[in-house]
Design a protein around this ligand. Structure first.
Ligand SMILES: [Ca+2]
Length: 465
């Protein structure tokens, strides 16, 4: 009898365990490289077709004030992975290391992939990494990802016809590709074909257990290279414009493939899909591309490498049928450093003592509730001058270098950040300065500076597009 009771207890315990595993939702975070709000139909784009993203917005929620970690790749992605804003995080700019790879995440970094792995999730990263080569402490394979596929190095990802890619840490050649990072680059193998295929394979392979897919899709980042201009082939546009539009539409198509597969595998109602760009538009609204695609239409100031809203706000979508309200448009802010606490609540995983995320769980917000209450959002960027920005309530302050004056904007009436109210509101400027001071921790890798050399480099980069 005793043995029978024990058996019952064990059976019950097993049932509870499997029920819990089955209850855990799959989490897919699709992070596009440089996709801007103004590129996407549901945000107002008229010429570039994005039917799947638009459908995702109809079937889920669209966020008009979803914020990136900061406004270039590596530090923005770091915020997403580790749950810290750029006043605390170890990576606060793109920094190239050696011939391939970026400054690695340091030893002891705790990522959202490690968190989800601890809760029994299969974890995969497909696309581009940019936070450390495989032989460093920043390797994705040492930071919680079971599987990696794509480009480790951001510079390598400038070619869409690269000479090689990585499957985990194993480099494999793509014969015939020229690896050219100019627009003329060509070859028989478009890297995104392989990366997209790998994401679908990963989902299929893990359909019976909870999984986390960090799909760090490289489109539509420059260099603007595409293997098929598709819908735009015969448009009276420049090659660059046709390529850019085709890249955004290709991204859309590949997101559609994922949504279709989730439906086919009956994983729709147990999978949260979030999508965002890692920074705002990569070109200014008054550039040729900006004008062609009317990037000024969303009325935001600035773009990539600036801490104005056009650089910081991303095309943020979430879809989870039956859980995330369909057709909702939220104007409340959230930021990349909220993702790790959100993943913790969704998975039931425990954030280890000593790991201190800056963000808040978005679970009730995703379900239709109000955004978490927070004191402020904060951003830094150290490419050239050290830029800082802080938002509290509807107030936003920007300082384009430690010795520069603080600019103050009221986002409620002036989302375009066109009217600097600093002179009229000295008490709010003082508050902004105090918030910037408290949010910023010194880091010898990222000294605060008004670098002229850096400013030139940024100006050169801006001129290129
Ligand atoms: Ca980017």
């Amino acid at each position: 009898m005793k043995q029978f009771s024990l058996l019952l207890v064990l059976v019950a315990a097993f049932a509870v365990h499997t029920a819990r595993a089955a209850d855990k939702p799959n989490i897919i975070f699709i992070l596009s490289d440089d996709l801007a709000q103004g590129d996407v139909g549901c945000y107002g784009q008229k010429l570039i077709q994005t039917p799947n993203l638009d459908r995702m917005a109809r079937e889920g929620t669209r966020y008009t004030q979803a914020y990136c970690g900061t406004t270039v790749c590596a530090p923005s992605r770091t915020s997403l992975m580790i749950g810290q804003h750029t006043g605390h995080s170890p990576i606060r700019a793109n920094r190239e290391i050696g011939a391939e790879g970026q400054m690695p995440l340091p030893a002891g970094t705790f990522t959202v992939a490690q968190l989800l792995k601890s809760a029994g999730y299969a974890t995969g990263c497909m696309g581009k990494w940019g936070m450390g080569m495989f032989d460093t402490t920043g390797s994705p394979l040492k930071l919680g990802f079971d599987h990696f596929f794509g480009y480790n190095c951001q510079r390598h990802a400038h070619s869409y016809f690269p000479k090689f890619l990585y499957n985990d840490d194993q480099r494999f050649d793509l014969p015939g590709n020229d690896g050219n990072t100019k627009v003329e680059g060509k070859g028989p193998i478009y890297a995104q074909d392989l990366i997209s295929g790998e994401t679908l394979k990963f989902i299929k392979a893990n359909k019976d257990r909870p999984f986390f897919l960090y799909y760090s899709i490289t489109l539509p980042h420059g260099t603007f290279q595409i293997n098929d201009q598709g819908l735009y082939k015969d448009k009276p546009w420049t090659e660059q414009e046709k390529n850019y539009a085709a890249m955004v539409t290709r991204l859309d198509t590949d997101v559609g493939r994922i949504l279709a597969l989730l439906k086919e595998l009956k994983l729709d109602d147990k999978t949260l899909v979030m999508l965002a760009g890692d920074n705002g538009s990569s070109f200014p609204p008054d550039s040729a591309l900006g004008k062609r695609f009317d990037q000024a239409a969303n009325g935001l100031r600035g773009f990539k490498r600036e801490l104005y809203e056009g650089g910081l706000r991303n095309a943020g979508l979430a879809r989870w049928p039956g859980v995330v309200p369909a057709g909702r448009v939220s104007e409340e802010p959230w930021a990349f450093w909220d993702f790790l606490p959100t993943a913790a609540e969704l998975s039931g995983a425990k954030i280890p003592a000593g790991v201190k995320p800056d963000g808040f769980s978005l679970v009730s917000f995703l379900k239709g509730g109000p955004a978490p209450t927070r004191d402020y959002c904060y951003w830094e960027l150290h490419e050239g001058a050290s830029l800082q920005a802080v938002r509290w309530g509807d107030w936003k302050a920007v300082r384009n270098g430690p010795s520069k004056p603080i600019e103050l904007y009221d986002l409620k009436t002036d989302a375009a950040e066109s009217k600097n109210l600093a002179a009229e509101k000295p008490e709010l400027v003082a508050k902004a300065e105090a918030l910037m001071k408290s949010a910023h921790t010194d880091d010898p890798n990222w000294p605060m500076r008004d670098s002229k050399a850096g400013a030139k480099k940024i100006a050169a980069k801006k001129k290129k597009v």
